[in-house]
Design a protein around this ligand. Structure first.
Ligand SMILES: Nc1nc2c(ncn2[C@@H]2O[C@H](COP(=O)(O)OP(=O)(O)OP(=O)(O)O)[C@@H](O)[C@H]2O)c(=O)[nH]1
Ligand SMILES: [Mg+2]
Length: 652
């Protein structure tokens, strides 16, 4: 294998480890300086988890028999020197198949029985329900055993028409189904609904997840693929074949499932070996391939540079035989390179724009807090130094001054406590709206609006009602968020003006991501309801499934909003609280040492020495933070160098 993809992913893996390492150092710093608190700890834990579990999903989507599975074999499984995943003429892959590596488990294939389609549980939920799956161990030391085990992916069984209907799989426009019913009185359906393969390939170990899908029929019957899985993939590889050209159903898949939905996509024109005509010159063959690339690009409205001509079959053969010339001719290496630079760069960018920036801000916050302590300690040192040679009366004067300061300060702290309580109260009311109970109630309302007939009309009504309720709630929460923030703003202002604290305006609670995702759900619903196929034949089963997929998506977004709002709420006064405590500690220390000196002038030097040592300690803590910040800057710069290049993969 030309290792560009492998190299890039390994580099990415290293980068990710560095990032996790920097976050770990910051956590250690917080622990060792006693600055850790539960909220900060939780956030950092979340971040480390998402960096560690970070996955890079690459979905292969196309009509059946275009060579998706063969391409996956050629790209990722040639080491076994044979064709590992089953591919054949006609419909082969029977269920969406995820291939990944989870080091906490032995290699396995997990299969979800097709019968699970009869209830409304989402795939997301089923994935968290181990009992729902049938599990087979994978013997990764034997290619033959692997190949045999993997054959389950194409298993089918015959069921009576009524059962096929109950499973929502009967389609009277599907010629092969109709044919099979005629000849055998039964209908062929897949045995499995979804497959998960845990396999220790180096690329998968680095967090790559491959998703192989069956053709149009299944895409249509599993709305979760359309609503959830494909849009969440980091890149979609769309395949076409030279022998079929761009057919009507290819076009349907492209427009309905990929064009506006996938964030990054790659079109691959497969089976170019069918144009390798021995009676033609190489130039003539190349011209024929280029012509088909140009036609494909035009039909998909893509630049020709974004359509890759390959022969997956010859690529696999070349790798099995170690035939470099054939490998080059197969064109697969270009796809590997583009996947490497495009997909990996995207992932880099996502982490850089979220976690690197977030943790950077937290470290900067800590740095500011330390700086505040350094400044306070320096002032204390100066005060102590100025006492050299002074009498007790001067110290008495200073003590009264500190007592005065403390009185004013305590008054402000009382104002803070009142404001903090008010915020906690308002915050609780706000969070209640984001509770699961409230969401369930909203969902129940929309479920009722649809009624039991499951028509597109009902679906439309139900979804509009759902989105309206959530948007109204978002509007209400934004308003309440502003009221809460106003109290926060006043408190920050008070401490800034009266006690010289840093001027700071906390962030506004932002509900736009929730509203935006609701708009996207409505768009998906509209597209579904306006699709003539779904309007003409009232596919009740599909509509029901579609609705529950939308609900799963809404629930997911709701949970994210709940989590983010909670963090916003808890973080609103956190920096101020920290500074208030610091300031109080400073006042205490000042009083304490002044009192000691007042009692016994001899202790002045000892006091100065103590404060000096604290000062040095704080400076060293600050320097450690500077080191961590520097690391984060470097990590961020490394990611920035890997920006996707134009023309490598199309993104929207
Ligand atoms: N000539 C030629 N045949 C190919 C090539 N790639 C795949 N095929 C053949 O095309 C058929 C379909 O390939 P698959 O990989 O099973 O296609 P798929 O897109 O996964 O199809 P489904 O799983 O049914 O959705 C098989 O018989 C492959 O051997 C290629 O590059 N050249
Ligand atoms: Mg396949």
């Amino acid at each position: 294998m030309s290792n560009t993809l492998e190299q890039q992913i390994t580099e990415y893996h290293l980068w990710r480890d560095q990032l996790a390492g920097a976050i770990g150092e910051y956590r250690d710093w917080l622990d060792s300086t006693g600055a850790a608190d539960a909220l900060v700890d939780l956030r950092l834990f979340d971040m480390t988890e998402s960096v560690r579990n970070d996955r890079l999903v690459l979905a292969f989507v196309a009509e059946f028999a275009r060579g998706k599975t063969e391409t996956i074999n050629a790209l990722f499984f040639s080491d076994f020197k044979q064709r590992l995943l089953p591919c054949d003429a006609g419909r082969t892959t029977m269920c969406p198949t995820e291939i990944f590596w989870d080091p906490n488990e032995e290699p396995y294939i997990k299969l979800l029985p097709i019968e699970t389609r009869k209830n409304d549980d989402s795939l997301v939920l089923l994935k968290k329900t181990p009992n729902a799956w049938s599990r087979v161990r994978l013997d990764v030391n034997s290619g033959t055993a692997m190949k045999e085990a993997l054959n389950v992916l194409v298993e089918q069984k015959k069921v009576p028409l009524e059962e096929a209907r109950k499973l929502g799989l009967w389609n009277d426009e599907d010629i092969s189904m109709v044919q099979s019913l005629k000849t055998s009185g039964m209908v062929d359906v897949p045995v499995w609904r979804h497959a998960m393969i845990n396999y220790p390939h180096p690329l998968l170990k680095s967090g790559l997840v491959i998703l192989d899908t069956p053709g149009l029929n299944t895409l249509g019957t599993e709305p979760e693929l359309t609503i959830n899985i494909i849009p969440n993939a980091h890149a979609v590889v769309f395949l076409l074949a030279t022998d079929t050209g761009v057919t009507k159903s290819d076009m349907e898949i492209w427009t309905s499932f990929i064009r506006g939905r996938a964030s990054r996509k790659l079109a691959v024109l497969n089976k170019i070996d069918m144009l390798w005509d021995d009676l033609k010159t190489e130039d003539e063959i190349q011209a024929a391939i280029q012509m088909q690339v140009a036609t494909t690009a035009r039909q998909l409205s893509l630049p020709a540079a974004d359509v890759f001509a390959i022969s997956a079959q010859k690529a696999l053969l070349a790798k099995v035989r170690g035939d470099a010339a054939l490998l080059k001719r197969s064109g697969i290496e270009k796809v590997e390179t583009v996947l490497a630079s495009g997909v990996v760069a995207t992932k880099h960018e996502i982490l850089r724009n979220t976690i690197v920036i977030d943790v950077g801000n937290m470290v900067k916050g800590s740095r500011k807090a330390i700086q505040g302590r350094i400044t306070g300690t320096r002032a204390q040192l100066q005060e102590l130094a100025s006492l050299r040679g002074k009498n007790r009366e001067t110290i008495q004067g200073l003590l009264s001054k500190v007592a005065e300061d403390r009185k004013i300060y305590e008054e402000s702290v009382r104002t803070f406590t009142r404001g903090n309580q008010k915020i906690a109260q308002l915050g609780e009311a706000l969070m209640q709206q984001l509770s699961v109970q409230h969401l369930d109630q909203i969902l129940e309302n929309s479920r009722k609006a649809i009624g039991d007939s499951w028509t597109t009309h009902g679906l439309n009504l139900g979804m509009r009602g759902l989105v309206k309720q959530i948007n109204e709630m978002a509007e209400r929460i934004s308003q309440q968020g502003l009221e809460i923030k106003e109290i926060g703003d006043e408190l920050y202002k008070l401490f800034h003006l009266k006690h010289g604290f840093e001027e700071r305006v906390p962030p506004t609670l932002d509900m736009t991501p929730l509203v935006q995702s609701m708009t996207a759900l409505l768009k998906t619903t509209d597209e579904f309801c306006n699709d003539p196929v779904n309007v003409m034949t009232e596919k009740h089963f599909l509509i029901r499934k579609f609705f529950f997929s939308l609900v799963a998506q809404a629930r997911n977004q709701f949970e994210i909003t709940q989590h983010d709002t909670n963090i916003w709420l808890k973080g609103l006064l956190a920096p101020l609280k920290l500074q208030i405590n610091d300031h109080k500690a400073q006042l205490d220390k000042r009083t304490e040492s002044l009192m000691k000196i007042h009692e016994n002038m001899e202790t002045l030097q000892q006091n100065i020495t103590e404060v000096e040592s604290r000062y040095a300690q704080l400076q060293s803590e600050g320097a450690q933070l500077d080191q961590i910040l520097l690391k984060l800057v470097k990590i961020s710069q490394q990611a920035a160098h890997k920006k996707p290049q134009a023309g490598t993969a199309t993104s929207e």
